[in-house]
Design a protein around this ligand. Structure first.
Ligand code: IPE
Ligand code: IPE
Ligand code: MG
Length: 246
């Protein structure tokens, strides 16, 4: 699929983050159970990654499982963990062949052993790839991450006068990645759900009614086109931004 003409290849965001939502509602609309929705969402992951690669997006973060998702029925949690393992096993050759570097953020210690093993193996195997970094947020919540960062700072004896934005960035689990310029959420919900609270401070937010299992490359391109149509002012005036662009 060619890149649509309404996308400016010079202004593609470096980092896109996605809250992949609506698997359960989509499955219900198909007369299926929630697990079927999760299984069907794997294609959307593939398509989004492909679209991101084609555009030259360098980081794609996917919110795959939140800290709060541990509170779902245990059968659903088990199915999601199983899906995670199977997806990594099934996709890792292609990811590696396509230059994808796999990364993960979150409370990974809480994942089942099989997940940790496949995840660590995939991360290790792809660590030198440079096309795009795919970051899976797993057992992740932003408040958990911020608490961990504060503990890390205290344990390292950081002094109050040393605390600034850069230092906090260095203690977050995303310290190796730039902040996302764009955050996409599918399924019509318009909330952050404990995702990247610090990192999204100045991101453009894009909400679409499309359920995650129906999200395709074209939907990704549409989000990028919408992102490019926005004026990012960072507190300045519109006149200042226009002058700078000239
Ligand atoms: C997103 O879809 C996947 C995860 C949160 C793991 P949901 O499972 O939240 O689907 P809905 O929101 O109930 O439709
Ligand atoms: C957010 O979706 C978490 C993931 C997509 C992994 P949820 O469906 O869990 O969010 P809430 O609970 O509706 O806010
Ligand atoms: Mg949901």
């Amino acid at each position: 699929m060619a890149i649509p003409s309404n996308i400016n290849p010079e202004k593609v965001p470096n980092h896109v983050a996605i809250i992949m939502d609506g698997n359960g509602r989509w499955a219900k609309s198909q007369g299926q159970d929630r697990i079927y929705g999760h299984l069907s969402g794997v294609r959307s992951v593939r398509e989004s990654l492909e679209a991101a690669r084609e555009l030259g997006v360098k980081y794609l973060t996917l919110y795959a499982f939140s800290t709060e998702n541990w509170n779902r029925p245990k059968e659903e949690v088990a199915a999601l963990m199983d899906l995670l393992v199977k997806t990594i096993v099934g996709e890792i050759d292609e990811l590696d062949a396509n230059g994808v570097r796999l990364e993960a953020i979150g409370d990974l210690e809480h994942l089942p052993e099989s997940c940790k093993k496949e995840l660590q193996g995939g991360i290790e195997r792809t660590k030198n790839n440079q096309e795009i970094t795919l970051i899976l947020a797993l057992s992740y919540s932003s408040r958990w991450e911020i608490i961990e960062a504060i503990k890390g700072m205290i344990n390292s004896g950081v002094k109050a006068e040393e605390v600034n934005e850069e230092l906090i960035h260095n203690y977050l689990s995303t310290h190796d990645f730039p902040d996302p310029e764009l955050m996409i959420r599918t399924s019509g919900e318009q909330r952050i759900s404990n995702f990247l609270l610090w990192q999204l401070a100045y991101s453009e937010l894009y909400f679409t009614d499309t359920f995650w299992p129906e999200f395709r490359k074209n939907d990704f391109f549409e989000a990028i086109a919408e992102f490019q149509s926005r004026e990012r002012r960072f507190g300045k005036t519109s006149e200042q931004i226009i002058l700078k662009d000239k």
